[in-house]
Design a protein around this ligand. Structure first.
Ligand code: AMP
Length: 427
């Protein structure tokens, strides 16, 4: 399923393309159609699922029609950061639409905001307190709001903002579309939703950020060095069992073939296999005959091999959600696991999205002679992380996969990836 199916206005679709979104995330798939139909939506979803675009795209779509130059959509967020992020997403996704948005929050001069609000703003992304301030001063007109979004409603509740929300809603037209997003649904949020939403479509996205027991590493690498880097990692890392993801069937096949030729115990799983071969590959991977499996996303669905210690994204997944799915294969049942992702120059946008989702859990790694410098701002990582994600202790079940012909003395070559200063990405 691609974004084309939503039949977005060409100028809105251009924003999706410019951000490099290839496929809608589950929350987008489920909520964009009903929102575009004008339905109220209650979405149970966390940050990192793509929920911002899930409501921003239909809002942009709606606002492309009808009169311009007055406030027609209001997004209420609990924090300045979220308000600013949403404003930024509107700016990026709506770059071609020329729709004007403003972010409104406390702690900064109100005069600048008043000026902005007088400048034909059409979308407001606001925190409750400062918005009420503007309402009381008469510096914002919400009488023509068509869509109201309450984002991170549970945080709003935690921060004591629910009475403010109710006050704000009194200034909005009764006839409007209302969307409410929350990661959890405590009773107070249910009550708020009951009061504010009419016959809502309920959407639940079970996905959360990748499991905590997984450590995440990014390796910026030119396309042509990926296989060499993969071999380097396999040779120098203690591993139990490795799942390598590629974007296409043909690449799954060719990577597996190259590893096989170099003497690794490898199999592959992709859509072109007969059921029998697929089963053979899976069984062999499960019982340890094969230490490495190279697979595509679709083929890997349902793989449940408990001893997968590493997931290696040879090709970057196409969405943050696909990343979560892939990574869900390792670090299961409170075991630790490592997720390594090869990032080429083309993957930078998604890499940044993932960085936001993963935060400090993500580390940026280099291998002399193989990796490259990304065109990104870098800063020193806060703490040195253990190599195998288990506090520096050796895990006896793990060993490197250097093919026997290659290992000189049968011992694992323990080499630090951090021979060059470690870096983490910042925005
Ligand atoms: P959110 O949950 O809205 O905070 O989104 C998390 C991150 O995912 C943001 O950085 C978005 O830019 C990114 N994102 C949203 N939708 C998609 C998509 N369909 N494909 C790739 N990345 C996306």
């Amino acid at each position: 399923m691609s974004f084309e199916k939503f039949e977005l206005h060409a100028k809105v679709f251009a924003g999706v393309q410019e951000l490099g979104y290839l496929r809608p995330t589950p929350i987008q798939l489920q909520s964009i159609p009903p929102i575009m139909e004008g339905r109220d939506v209650m979405g149970l979803a966390q940050t990192g699922t793509g929920k911002t675009a899930a409501f921003v795209l239909p809002i942009l779509q709606r606002l492309m029609q009808g009169s311009r130059g007055h406030v027609r959509a209001l997004i209420i967020a609990p924090t300045r950061e979220l308000s600013e992020q949403t404003h930024k997403a509107i700016g990026e996704l709506g770059r071609r639409t020329q729709l004007k948005s403003a972010s409104i929050y406390g702690g900064v001069s109100i005069q600048g905001q008043i000026k902005k609000l007088q400048d034909k703003v059409e979308i407001i992304s606001a925190c409750p307190g400062r918005l009420l301030d503007h309402i009381n001063r008469g510096t914002v007109d919400l009488s023509k709001i068509e869509v109201l979004v309450i984002d991170e409603a549970d945080h709003m509740f935690d921060m004591g903002f629910l009475p403010d929300i109710r006050r704000i809603v009194k200034h909005l037209p009764a006839k409007r579309q209302t969307l409410l997003f929350s990661a959890t649904m405590p009773d107070d949020i249910k009550a708020l939703a009951n009061d504010l939403l009419q016959n809502p479509v309920n959407i639940k996205i079970g996905h959360t950020a990748p499991v905590d027991s997984v450590t995440h590493r990014f390796y910026p690498v030119p396309m042509e060095s990926k296989t060499a880097l993969l071999k380097d990692i396999l040779d120098n890392t203690e591993m139990e069992s490795v799942l390598v993801f590629t974007r296409t069937k043909s690449r799954a096949k060719s990577v597996a073939l190259q590893l096989d030729k170099s003497g690794y115990k490898v199999t592959s799983l992709h859509g072109n296999l007969t059921q029998q071969k697929r089963q053979k590959a899976l069984d062999g991977f499960r019982d340890g005959r094969y230490e490495i499996m190279v697979a595509t996303d679709i083929a890997a669905r349902g793989i449940d091999v408990t001893r997968i210690s590493h997931v290696i994204n040879y090709d970057m997944p196409s969405t943050a959600d696909a990343y979560t799915h892939r990574i869900g294969r390792t670090g299961r049942a409170s075991k630790t696991g490592d997720a390594f992702t090869f990032v080429t120059g083309q993957d930078v946008v998604l890499a940044h999205s993932l960085k936001r989702v993963l935060g400090e859990k993500l580390q940026y790694h280099s291998v002399d002679g193989l990796t490259m410098t990304m065109p990104l701002v870098a800063s020193p990582a806060p703490a040195r992380r253990s190599f195998n994600g288990n506090g520096g202790k050796q895990n006896n079940n793990r060993r490197s996969f250097a093919p026997s012909s290659k290992s000189s003395n049968g011992r694992t070559k323990q080499r630090s990836f951090g021979s060059t200063p470690r870096q983490s990405w910042t925005h």
